[in-house]
Design a protein around this ligand. Sequence first.
Ligand SMILES: [Zn+2]
Length: 292
Amino acid sequence: MKLVPVVEMLKKAEKGGYGIGSFSARNTYLIETVLRAAENTKSPVIVQISANEFRWFSVTPKEFADRFYAVADRYDVEAVLHLDHTKDFATIQDAIAAGFTSVMIDASQREFEENIRITKEVVDFAHAKGVAVEAELGKIGATDKIEVDTDESLYTDPAEAEEFVRRTGVDTLAVSIGTAHGVYPVKNPQIDLKRLEEIRSRVSIPLVLHGGSGLPAETVKKAIAAAGGGVSKINIATDLELAFLGSLNCERKSNAEIWNMDPAALEKAAGEVQKVVEDKIRNFVCSAGRTE
Ligand SMILES: [Zn+2]
């Protein structure tokens, strides 16, 4: 495996007109599955997990990172290890110490000035360690509360985005343009392309689309192809877990419980997850064949 700086990976994708899937493994078992799918499709990939997922699945940043680095060299891939939605500095510090190469500070629930202050603090800390920072401006709603605690949605304001990026020095920005976390109750979620293009005209750093699960391929492609360069990091979480639990025919389990399940059943379930990841890579973000 080759660790690639996330901004380098995303800028290259933006230029090439494709996106990069940031896949939530949710447990340490599926880290390998995501890497295998990326290798099979010759695609760069981001492996991620969030602070809520650490809690829900009883796994620590160190356990997750250790597993990532333990299996990484079995795969010929370009990868980033990313910490998704996190609100507290301590978890971010733990993740950076454990080897995460990109971290998200989500202070989007705070007032604009508070969001800037908190984000800037994380940027200063992370940059000193050579780690990139993603922040969020606007609120991305949820149908799956495992990632975020709110179902509130508030679109990102383009002028605020410009000021936010300038004052925080953040590396990548999650924008709220109409997607939601989890799976969609509506058939055709719309994204606000005009808003995305307006944000892009004011902000040059890579943009991130959260809530990629359940979005139609055409919608994802449009967000990637937006004028001036659309989103280049697309977070996908729920779809992987749906395939995994569907195959195992069980409810959510902790990381340790998963590892104690029947190995043959796990392998079969991971195969289903791998199919989902490969499909997202080939047909949604279109990053297949982009590994050097
Ligand atoms: Zn998210």
